[in-house]
Design a protein. Sequence first.
Length: 73
Amino acid sequence: MADVEASVRASVNGDRDCTGQALAQMDLRRKVNLLIGEWKAAGGADVLPDVRDRVRLHLVKTAGIPQRASRRR
């Protein structure tokens, strides 16, 4: 989805037609909303993780291995 958003942004910034990309982006958002609705209907009440949570968890995993953490920097 981030790729589609970036292509729409690039098209708008370049003053080009982005109708197809914008429609694809809206379709992806519709699908995400549908999946979230189905998840909630199935009893999902937990807070969904966001990108910051995933990054924080990833940093905690690599913190115990100094060689691996230093290679990423």
